[in-house]
Design a protein around this ligand. Structure first.
Ligand code: DGL
Length: 294
C-alpha cells in the first residue's frame, strides 16, 4: 500500500458551510459568521460575473441562485447561507419548498438573511418608524414589509431602492468622493418619505461596505432630515448569532460539519481581481479560485 493511499483512505471528510452572494456583499456576513463560529470550514461563492442581481427579474434571480446552491451542495456543503437579501427575497422559499427535496438525498438546508434581521428591529426602534434600504428586487418583493408585519403590526415601514450602491461597491468606488452623491440621494429620499424614521435597516449585504459614508452623512445631515437620532442596522452580527442558534437547535446538521477552521473563496469573475478586493474588504489575504456556474 502506498503512503498516499493511506492518507486518501483515512483523510477526514471536509463538510463545509457554504456562503453565497451575487458578489462581494456576502463577505460582510462571512466575516461576522467566522468571528462567531471560527471552528467550521467555509466555502464562499461570489457570482461577481453576473452581479448585480438586484435589478434582475424573479426568474433570473431564482435561476442564478439555484445554480449556486446546487454547486455548493455538490462541493461538500451541508448548509448554504444565502448571504444576499435579493436571493433570500426572490429565491429562498421556492428553493426550500420545491428544489431542496429534489437536489439529492443528503441532509442539506438553505438559510436566508431577512428573518434574523427583521427579528432585531423592535428592540431598536423607539418611534416605530423604520426605513428599509435595499435593492430594487428586494423592495419590490415586499419581503421586509411582509415579514415585519407578521411579527409587529404597529410599525410604519418605508422602503427605498438604492440601485446604484451595489455597482459602486462591485467596482471599488464606494469610498471615493463620487459615492457621496448616491449616498446623499437615497438617504435623503427615504427620510423625505418619513422624517420620523429612527431605524434604518441595511437590507443588502453589500451596504455595510458603505457604512463609513452613511454614518458620516447621518452625522452631517441627520438633524436636517430626521426628527431624532437614527440607528443603522447591518446584518452580519445578526446572521452570525442566528446561525449559531440554528446549529445549537439542529444537531443533525451541526454534526455533519467538519471543524478545520478553513475558508475557500470562489468567484465566477477573474480570481485575481476578486482576491485583491476581498483582501481589502476582509483586511486579510484571500486567494480565490475561478469557477463557471452555467
Ligand atoms: N448583496 C446582495 C443583497 O443583499 C446584492 C445584491 C445585488 O447583486 O444587487 O441583496
Amino acid at each position: 500500500m502506498l503512503m498516499s493511499d493511506f492518507f486518501c483512505t483515512f483523510a477526514p471528510k471536509i463538510m463545509r458551510i457554504g456562503v453565497f452572494d451575487s458578489g462581494y456583499g456576502g463577505l460582510t456576513i462571512l466575516d461576522a459568521i467566522r468571528r462567531e463560529l471560527p471552528q467550521y470550514d467555509y466555502l464562499y461563492l461570489g457570482d461577481n460575473a453576473r452581479a448585480p442581481y438586484g435589478t434582475h427579474s424573479f426568474d433570473v434571480i431564482y435561476r442564478y441562485t439555484l445554480q449556486a446552491v446546487k454547486y455548493l451542495f455538490d462541493h461538500d456543503c451541508a448548509l448554504v447561507i444565502l448571504a444576499c437579501n435579493t436571493a433570500s427575497a426572490k429565491a429562498l422559499r421556492t428553493i426550500q419548498q420545491k428544489d431542496l427535496p429534489l437536489i439529492n438525498n443528503k441532509m442539506v438546508n438553505v438559510l436566508g438573511v431577512i428573518r434574523p434581521t427583521v427579528e432585531a428591529v423592535p428592540a431598536i426602534t423607539k418611534t416605530g418608524h423604520v426605513g428599509i434600504l435595499a435593492t430594487p428586487a428586494t423592495v419590490s418583493s415586499e419581503s421586509y414589509v411582509l415579514e415585519l408585519q407578521k411579527i409587529f403590526q404597529n410599525l410604519e415601514i418605508s422602503q427605498q431602492a438604492c440601485p446604484l450602491w451595489v455597482p459602486l461597491i462591485e467596482n471599488g468606488e464606494h469610498l471615493n468622493p463620487g459615492a457621496d452623491y448616491f449616498v446623499d440621494l437615497y438617504l435623503r429620499q427615504i427620510l423625505e418619505k418619513d422624517p420620523q424614521i429612527d431605524t434604518l435597516v441595511l437590507g443588502c449585504t453589500h451596504y455595510p461596505l458603505l457604512l463609513p459614508k452613511i454614518a458620516q452623512w447621518i452625522k452631517n445631515n441627520g438633524k436636517r432630515f430626521a426628527a431624532g437620532d437614527i440607528q443603522v442596522i447591518s446584518q452580519g452580527y445578526l446572521e452570525a448569532k442566528s446561525l449559531a442558534d440554528y446549529l445549537r437547535r439542529h444537531p443533525e446538521y451541526e454534526s455533519q460539519l467538519s471543524q478545520g477552521g478553513s475558508c475557500r473563496y470562489l468567484t465566477t469573475e477573474n480570481a485575481d481581481r476578486f482576491s485583491q478586493s476581498a483582501s481589502l474588504f476582509l483586511s486579510a489575504p484571500v486567494q480565490a479560485e475561478h469557477i463557471d456556474l452555467e
